[in-house]
Design a protein around this ligand. Sequence first.
Ligand SMILES: NC(=O)c1ccc[n+]([C@@H]2O[C@H](COP(=O)([O-])OP(=O)(O)OC[C@H]3O[C@@H](n4cnc5c(N)ncnc54)[C@H](OP(=O)(O)O)[C@@H]3O)[C@@H](O)[C@H]2O)c1
Length: 300
Amino acid sequence: MKILQIGGTGFLGSHIVKKLIERNHDLTIITRNPDNEMPFDKSKVKFIKGDILQLDELEISANFDVLVYTAMVPFKPSRISNKKFKELEVITKQYFQNTIELARKLSCPLILTSGASFETKGDEVADENWPITRKGMAALGMCYDELISEIKTHNSIPIIEMLPAQIYGNGGMFNKMISMAKNGKIVLLGGGKNFLPRIHVSDCADAYVLAIEKLPFGQRFIICDDENVRVKDFMLYLAKIFNTKKVVAIPKFVLRLVIGKHIFHTLTMNTKVSNELIKKELGWKPKYPTYREGLKTLKE
Ligand SMILES: NC(=O)c1ccc[n+]([C@@H]2O[C@H](COP(=O)([O-])OP(=O)(O)OC[C@H]3O[C@@H](n4cnc5c(N)ncnc54)[C@H](OP(=O)(O)O)[C@@H]3O)[C@@H](O)[C@H]2O)c1
């Protein structure tokens, strides 16, 4: 297939790229820095140097079977002021709007990425019919729901929505957790009693490959492994894998002061989700059904 990807150089994106190369797809990546080193064979893909914020400057002449969006607005995972949050919200909107506009211009189906941000209580388990909870960092994508509903109402472009759980693996922001564990100290933020679903980056990439090859238009998929896990259990297992001696618990009230309300809400939200739909519709199955199998790969 002829695939155009925005975000193919990122943590999740590069895993998808590796798998698409293995499957002999014809892949073009839009990146701001095509000369950078990348964790895949650069000779096997084409590059378009460009920025999704500068849509008018993107020169694309070829036709594509699908446009895949796995980009993310860059931000530091530290305290975010309300002013900074508002700025990020405006930029996030531009990323989504411009990506949708690009798909329209190219008359190309779109696979769009958001996140599995659902707030559940007790035994509740969210599925794809639940409304996305726009709380914490997920509130940056407030515009997303409106944009999607507009596309669906007017049937303007064929679309598939991917909603990954927290992605872990070697790379991206998760590298920070790994180096902390390797350096002998793990921080447990806010007690960690809340559930936060996870997905190994390789399994998440497999889900995208299936979505690209099967193109089930109109679907929205939660991508998570088979076991909803508490933050605490996940972090303690990470400590066990790396033989980390020190586990420091930061109480909720201190955490909120240090990291601010936006990241606080993201880290402390309670979420249980189901992966039934993606298994049924795409035949997807995680190679790492729980964090226990998945975290072990970090030492390989
Ligand atoms: N990581 C998670 O736990 C997680 C969980 C749920 C959902 N998600 C979603 O999954 C997607 C991928 O996340 P990730 O962690 O893999 O992100 P990431 O590693 O930060 O990747 C960022 C990617 O976005 C591209 N990008 C950023 N700004 C761009 C711009 N202005 N124009 C063109 N490309 C731009 C970068 O490309 P260049 O730098 O090469 O230009 C890079 O490839 C995101 O949509 C994210 O919201 C992630």
